[in-house]
Each structure stands twice: as structure tokens, then as C-alpha cells.
Write a protein that binds this ligand. Structure first.
Ligand code: AMP
Ligand code: ZN
Length: 666
């Protein structure tokens, strides 16, 4: 590819990606799959690395500023951000309407906009000549925190508007419920504290000192207020919402322009249950007078606009009976109690089960089977038990002493609230769970080997662990009910075809406590072979960014366990060999040295990463006290500043070449 071709392709890719950002975030109608989108993104990044002369600030790859955050400096808002007065029920709402109507003479029914009250974080964004200049949290309404870099990390926030105007925008940053649940699952796997609800997850993700972390979280922004100081671009709130959408913002589509209070009440009743089918949390409705002149006429109280009110949904709680407690045994042996309930209607669905988390929670709630319990569905989709009827004393449900599946005595590791069945090799629930997980999509992804096949193989005593899958023959499969030759053949081939997984898949599939896919990936990146992982010390493991003490200890324990050693040697014997990031080590000169790479270099980063590893060194994605060298190319940003402040040695590409060549020749 010559320079001109590269430039043409870069421009083409930028355009495609921007179009798709808009299709996805503004119109909710993606034209390509996520995978295709990622491919475009990757291609652009690679080209920009190879042809840095064509890398421009407005490229979609540059969405996250690399600038260091000013520790959330305080900012005085240009226009004050008010709160909202509440209507707690329909009566309040009617009273509010009568009151405002009286303020205007000779008016019939007022035009109102009813919209959802998004339960996120409100922020104010300032655009100058169509460019995003500043973003701040609401704070106390007068002073907020500067979060400009973090807001830029949200893909659905336009950094450049489709018109070069001055504009103040307010809206709500939120995390979809589904992404919140995924993030929490990851947190559990990584031994990190869970977020209580999507709002907290959004706040925690937005207020990160490193905007790169914000960029990795699935945050969105719904715009709901526009202020155009220089010219009047709309006469009504509805027109303002339409303008925001036209300018490139995500505007919540569930708003409605109505006349009079009755349709407002209808909307409130409708959304009270329907909101649970949305993928974002809402805690009420906001009702605003549509006409901007009328809004201005009414003005504000000291804390809130008089022309708007928030209708709060009543809490979704209901009493029912605890009919039992189900104990499930997870693949790592964790015993989780689940509340079984007399079925009740709650927030639009029939609820029969609720989460109880762990046995400490049961102690705290002082509940037992037979108690009347209050259950609640908040932003979380799974209902929770809140409390029992005070006066009912049926004692407290006692945590089991032995595994409900294999009857082995349970253990509670120090510092943990979870009870485990230690019989990891023979506890059927655990072993079956591990085999199922081994074959699952997330792990080795073996086609056709799901729960029912595993169940059948288990019952026929054909497998005792996941390694045994690899010794199965076509004939073995044909002994199973309902399995004909063709499918037996397919199952056999699928298993055989999975013998050379990536290191990440392999490590994930082993069901090591606290080691999920992401953590497995971090480890696979650092160690080239399974041998190296087996021999890794606690210190080496904790040096990897993103691996904490508990996860590191869990890896060591896993590979030291005699039973696991047997399974691993069986896997080896059957020819299951994970592919490591196989590179030949040519020397050990960088042994014990950790490099971080930043900025634009003459070659793609992977080139340098490989070279560092070949010379015995390690690479990491973020600068810390453990970093030995920062290899800094052009336009180095926050990593450069952080490295300087920590006294980390900073190398230019030339320094690096000298250092690595020198040493190779030694
Ligand atoms: P409160 O926090 O209860 O005083 O309610 C006021 C807050 O509701 C505002 O600061 C916004 O953060 C938030 N809010 C959520 N959705 C909307 C919306 N559609 N219109 C106005 N405010 C909203
Ligand atoms: Zn057990």
C-alpha cells in the first residue's frame, strides 16, 4: 500500500465508523455487526500506526483523550442545574397541574411532555462552535466536577455536532442493566466488590481518574435539556429534544407530547410496570410544560423549576411466603442459597424465586422457611428479600454443614463469606458443572456438548472429569440414548478438533476459582507456555496488572493441587495442548523488567512487545511503581506524565533500540 492508498483507506474507514456510530447510538439501528465494527476499528488503528502522518485528532480512534485528569477539578456551571420537585402519587400530580394552570390566564389544557426519569448521573456538557469543550457533573447544581475526558470516552456523546453552534446540554449518563449485570459477573470472578445497582456502576465507571477505564465500560448518555445562548432554535421542549437528536445526541425515545393531565396519568401508569422491560433503570417520570415562553414565565423556586415535576414510582415491594431454600452447588463448589417463594405478582412478572446471596445474608435477615418476607424488585432484574415480618420468629435457617450433593463437610475460607464443598474431584455437581463449563461457548466452545450430553455421559460412567472427554470414541457416544451414528461422529470430531485451544480459552476452561476469561487473558499474555504458568511464583503473578493477591493465590493453589495435576497430565496425554504466545526467547537481558509502551512509534506496538518478550522482559498496559521502563513514542499522554512523576525511566525508540541491541550483542 502506498501513501495515497493508505490515506484514502484511512478516510474511508473514519467515515464508515462515524456513520455506524451514529446508526448505532442515535438511531438505534446498527447497519453492521459488532464484530464487523471492531474489524473496521482495528484496521484503522493499524493503518494509523503505520502511517502516523495521517492520524488526526478527529479520528474515532482518538475518542479517549490521553490527557491526565486534573483530579476532577471543580467547575462553576455556566447555568445552574436545578433539581426537580416530586409528585409522590397521582393526586399530587393533579394538584401540581391545577396549580400551574392557574398561573396562566385564559388557558385551556396545557401542552406537556412526559418523559422517563433516567436513574443515572446528570451531567452538563458545553459545546463551542459545535465542539465539545467541557463536561461536568451536577455536583450541588452550582459547582460540579470536571469530567471532560471521561465524557469523551462515551461513544454516544458527539464530540463534534452536526452544526457549529454554541450549546449547553444536560442529560443523564447511565449503564444498561444488561451491561451492569455483566460487569458484576466479571467483578465476582475477579474477586472485586460488586456494584449495588446500575446507577452506582455508572457513577463508578464515569468517575475514573483514567478515562481509558471509562472507555471500556458500556456507558451511554441520554440528552434531555438544550440551552442555546446565542439564538432561539426552538420554541418548545419537544422541539429542543428533536434538535438534540438532529445534532447527534441519543434522546430517550420514550417521551410523549400530550395535552392536559389525563394522558400524563395514563403514561405514568403504563410505565410503572413497563419500565421493567427496558434495559436501563428509571425511577419515575418527568412532566414538563412544553412551551418555552410559558416555562420562562413561571421560572424557578430556589431549588427546582416550577414548570416541571417528577412523578416517583411507588417502590416495587410485595409480601409473600418463603416456602423453601434451594442450595445450588457451583462448578467451583460454592454453595448458594436461593429463596423459593409462594408465587406473587411483582412489577409486571410472577416471581417464584429471589436471591439471598449467601448464608451471612440469611443470618442478617433472621429468616427461616415459613416466614413472610418482603421482596423488592429495584433496578436489578432479580428480586431480593428485604426483610421478614418482625413479629414472626421461626428461628434462623441454618447453613448446611455438608454438601447437598456429595455430603462432604463444607469449608469457609478465611476472609470469605461463601461456603465451599472441598470435594472438587468427586462432587458430582461440581464435576459435572466443570465439564459443562469446559465445553461451553465461553470456554473451549465444543459444538454439541451441552448439559444433556454431559448428563448422559456421566450417568453411563463414561467420564469422570473434563479430560475424559478426549478419550471418548464414536462407539461410546452411540451407546447413549437417541444418539445416531451421524451425531456420534459429529460429537467425536468436535471434541478432537478442540485439542489446540488458545492459552486464554484453556485457562478459562479449567474453572480456576476467581479466574474468568479476562483474568485468563492477562495471564496468557504474560506467560508463553503452560509450563511457565505452572512455575509462576506469587510475586510474578501479582506483578501482572489486573491480578490481585487472591486470584494469584488461587492459580498457585490450583496448579499445586494433586487432583488437578492428574487431570492436567491426562489432558497432556490425550494431546490437548494450549497454544501459548509462542515466541522464542533469544536472551534474558530484560529479565525482571516491565515495559509500558505509549504514543506512536515507527512500528506497531506488537512489534515492540514481541521484541521485549523475546529478550525476557514483560509488558504491561499501565504505568505503576513496578514499571521499569516507559517506551514513549510521539504524542505520549498520561502514561508519560505518570511515569515522570513516579521516576520511571523513559526511553525513546532510539534509546530502546540501543539498549536492546547493545544487550543482544553482549
Ligand atoms: P432528583 O435527583 O430527585 O432531585 O431529580 C432531579 C434529577 O432527575 C435531575 O437532576 C436529573 O439528573 C434527573 N433526571 C433524569 N431524567 C430526567 C429527565 N428526563 N428530565 C429531567 N431530569 C431528569
Ligand atoms: Zn459436594
Amino acid at each position: 500500500m502506498d501513501n495515497i492508498q493508505a490515506k484514502t483507506r484511512i478516510d474511508e474507514l473514519k467515515k464508515l465508523i462515524k456513520e455506524n456510530n451514529e446508526a448505532y447510538y442515535v438511531y438505534d439501528a446498527p447497519k453492521i455487526t459488532d464484530f464487523e465494527y471492531d474489524e473496521l476499528f482495528r484496521e484503522l488503528k493499524k493503518l494509523e500506526q503505520e502511517y502516523p502522518q495521517y492520524l488526526t485528532a478527529d479520528s474515532p480512534t482518538q475518542k479517549v483523550g490521553d490527557k491526565i485528569l486534573d483530579n476532577f477539578k471543580e467547575i462553576k456551571h455556566k447555568y445552574r442545574l436545578y433539581s426537580l420537585d416530586n409528585s409522590n402519587n397521582i393526586e399530587d400530580l393533579k394538584k401540581w397541574y391545577e396549580r400551574v394552570k392557574k398561573e396562566y390566564e385564559n388557558t385551556g389544557d396545557l401542552s406537556l411532555v412526559v418523559e422517563l426519569k433516567i436513574d443515572g448521573l446528570s451531567c452538563a456538557l458545553s459545546y463551542e462552535n459545535g465542539e465539545l469543550k467541557l463536561a461536568a457533573t451536577r455536583g450541588n447544581g452550582v459547582i460540579g466536577e470536571n469530567i471532560t475526558e471521561n465524557i469523551k470516552a462515551i461513544k454516544s456523546v458527539p464530540q463534534k455536532l452536526s452544526k457549529p453552534i454554541n450549546l449547553e446540554v444536560r442529560g443523564e449518563v447511565y449503564m444498561p442493566v444488561s451491561s451492569f449485570e455483566k460487569l458484576n459477573l466479571q467483578n465476582i470472578e475477579n474477586g472485586v466488590k460488586e456494584f449495588a445497582n446500575p446507577r452506582n456502576a455508572a457513577a463508578g465507571s464515569l468517575r475514573q481518574l483514567d478515562a481509558k477505564i471509562t472507555a471500556q465500560r458500556d456507558l451511554h448518555f441520554f440528552a434531555y435539556t438544550a440551552i442555546t445562548p446565542d439564538e432561539k432554535l426552538f420554541n418548545t421542549h419537544k422541539e429542543a429534544l428533536d434538535l438534540l437528536k438532529e445534532l447527534g445526541f441519543e434522546v430517550n425515545p420514550n417521551h410523549k407530547l400530550v395535552k392536559g393531565i389525563n394522558p400524563v396519568i395514563e403514561q405514568c401508569n403504563y410505565w410503572e410496570t413497563e419500565r421493567f422491560n427496558l434495559d436501563y433503570a428509571t425511577d419515575g417520570m418527568v412532566i414538563k410544560i412544553n412551551d418555552i415562553d410559558k416555562q420562562n414565565e413561571l421560572g424557578f423556586t430556589s431549588r427546582a423549576p416550577k414548570w416541571a415535576t417528577a412523578f416517583k414510582f411507588p417502590p416495587e415491594e410485595v409480601w409473600t411466603k418463603l416456602t423453601g431454600i434451594e442450595l445450588s452447588v457451583g462448578k467451583t463448589g460454592a454453595i448458594t442459597p436461593v429463596a423459593l417463594l409462594e408465587p406473587v405478582q411483582l412489577a409486571g412478572t410472577i416471581v417464584k424465586r429471589a436471591s439471598l446471596h449467601n448464608f451471612d445474608e440469611i443470618q442478617r435477615l433472621k429468616i427461616n422457611v415459613g416466614n413472610s418476607v418482603l421482596i423488592k424488585k429495584a433496578a436489578e432484574i432479580i428480586p431480593k428479600v428485604i426483610r421478614k415480618k418482625e413479629e414472626e420468629d421461626l428461628g434462623i435457617y441454618q447453613a448446611p454443614k455438608t454438601c447437598p450433593c456429595c455430603h462432604t463437610e463444607l469449608v469457609k475460607p478465611e476472609g470469605e463469606v461463601v461456603l465451599y464443598c472441598p470435594n472438587s474431584l468427586r462432587c458430582p455437581a461440581q464435576v459435572k458443572g466443570k465439564i459443562e463449563y469446559w465445553a461451553s461457548k465461553e470456554a473451549m466452545d465444543i459444538d454439541g456438548v451441552g448439559c444433556s450430553i454431559v448428563d448422559k455421559l456421566w450417568e453411563k460412567n463414561l467420564i469422570q472429569d473434563f479430560a475424559d472427554l478426549y478419550k471418548l470414541t464414536i462407539e461410546d457416544f452411540m451407546t447413549l440414548d437417541l444418539i445416531k451414528e451421524k451425531s456420534a461422529d459429529n460429537l467425536y470430531s468436535a471434541i478432537q478438533a478442540s485439542k489446540t485451544p488458545s492459552m486464554t480459552k484453556f485457562l478459562t476452561a479449567l474453572s480456576i476459582k476467581l479466574i474468568g476469561k479476562e483474568t485468563a487473558d492477562l495471564i496468557a499474555n504474560e506467560f508463553p507456555t503452560l509450563e511457565a504458568i505452572k512455575n509462576a511464583t506469587l510475586e510474578q503473578l501479582t506483578q501482572i496488572d489486573g491480578i490481585g493477591d487472591k486470584a494469584a493465590q488461587s492459580i498457585i493453589n490450583f496448579f499445586n493441587d494433586e487432583n488437578n495435576k492428574i487431570i492436567l497430565s491426562k489432558l497432556e496425554q490425550y494431546g490437548v495442548n494450549p497454544k501459548g504466545s509462542a515466541f522464542e526467547k533469544i536472551s534474558n537481558i530484560f529479565e525482571g523488567k516491565t515495559f509500558v509502551i505509549t504514543g506512536t512509534l515507527s512500528q506497531p506496538r506488537t512489534f515492540f512487545e514481541e521484541r521485549i518478550k523475546k529478550l525476557g522482559g514483560k509488558t504491561s498496559s499501565s504505568v505503576s511503581k513496578k514499571t521499569s521502563y516507559l517506551l514513549a513514542g510521539e504524542n505520549a499522554g498520561s502514561k508519560f506524565d505518570k511515569a515522570s512523576s513516579l521516576g520511571v525511566i523513559i526511553l525513546t525508540e532510539r534509546d530502546f533500540n540501543l539498549l536492546s541491541e547493545d544487550k543482544t550483542n553482549e
